[in-house]
Design a protein around this ligand. Structure first.
Ligand SMILES: Cc1ncc(COP(=O)(O)O)c(C=O)c1O
Length: 328
């Protein structure tokens, strides 16, 4: 029986969903949404805050500030509340309402950027705002998830070893890419492991992380409008890009089986199944990482008006969805 006195002390690390009966591929989905921040970002936030505390950068007077599309903001809100720091989250209009409300409920301040930078997108505009605040007041401490090595080290120390422990014969790992902290931590760990594991990055179409032109992306979490400094392609074996309509479809297929996951899980599952269809060998053991759960997306991915307005009516009427509603 886990008994805790601080929220960061609990993080379910051993839960997987076997997707074979839903998608027809031997793919295990590692669920990272079962903690008090509701996402994998609790690990990155904890590692970055603890490193800053050890380095003496954080003092009781400090105000944490961070640019986040939502989940890191919630995770830092949880930690700030738990440890007694103030926190200002700089997000943008794509951040879900529920996520913003969560941060406020946890005692954080939220600044919402509504105008993207014409070249560097919403992320560029968020980073400019964070820099301006830090320059104006030296109590602000920016952990900067985009360049902070503790971001990937959190996954090198925790996420990847947990997967290795459960799947000692792992062949392929699918990881979505935002800051690429999860991707790089896992890829570095498995590069040093006792057997070869193919690490496949999954990104959204329209993201610039792995090349390709920028274009509209409406789902937070995965993808970036600015090249991610943590990314080292020499550790990445392959890349799959997923259209947002396919992300939404995968989310709804999972939901029809009772698994309500967040948007990036739909992206990773869609990318993984298409990659396995093209490249998977019989008997391969594959794991994909599900960064969060679906409640925060009820007014977007799981709202039919929102989906139809952005991606057209066919996305939610496809044969896949109908088939998925009838368990085999
Ligand atoms: C829902 C969700 N999925 C995926 C990611 C990407 O993780 P990373 O920043 O480690 O690449 C994030 C990051 O914020 C996220 O919030």
């Amino acid at each position: 029986m886990p008994v805790i006195s601080v929220p960061e002390a609990f993080d379910e690390e051993e839960l997987y969903v076997d997707l074979r009966s839903i998608f027809g591929h031997p793919l295990f989905l590692k669920c990272e949404g079962f903690n008090f921040a509701g996402s994998i970002k609790l690990k990155a936030a904890a590692e970055m805050v603890e490193a800053a505390e050890r380095a003496g950068i954080l003092t009781p007077d400090s105000v944490l500030i961070e640019s986040s599309s939502g989940n890191l903001g919630v995770a830092l809100s949880v930690l700030a509340a738990s440890k007694g720091y103030r926190f200002l989250c700089v997000t943008d209009s794509r951040c879900n309402l529920a996520t913003r409300q969560l941060m406020v409920a946890l005692g954080s301040q939220v600044h919402n950027i509504v105008e993207p930078d014409p070249v560097r997108g919403f992320l560029g505009a968020r980073l400019d705002y964070v820099r301006a605040v830090c320059a104006s007041d030296d109590r602000y401490v920016w952990l900067n998830q985009y360049i902070n090595p503790s971001n990937w080290q959190a996954h090198y120390h925790r996420t990847a070893p947990a997967i290795a422990h459960q799947f000692p014969r792992l062949d392929v790992l699918f990881v979505g890419a935002g800051t690429t902290g999860t991707l790089m931590g896992c890829a570095r760990y498995f590069r040093e492991w006792h057997r070869g594991v193919q690490v496949v990055a999954v990104d959204s179409v329209g993201s610039v992380a792995f090349g390709g032109p920028p274009s509209r992306r409406m789902l937070p979490g995965l993808g970036t409008s600015v090249y991610p400094p943590l990314l080292d392609m020499s550790y990445v074996d392959d890349v799959v890009r997923v259209e947002e309509a396919d992300t939404v479809r995968a989310c709804h297929v999972l939901a029809r089986r009772g698994f309500l996951f967040g948007g990036s899980t739909g992206t990773v599952v869609s990318g993984a199944t298409s990659w396995l269809t093209r490249n998977g060998a019989r008997g391969d053991i594959a794991v994909a990482i599900a960064p969060d759960l679906g409640e925060r997306y009820l007014d977007t991915i799981y709202h039919s008006n929102w989906v139809e307005a952005l991606y057209g009516p066919d996305v939610l009427n496809s044969a896949d969805l109908i088939a998925a509603a009838r368990p085999s």
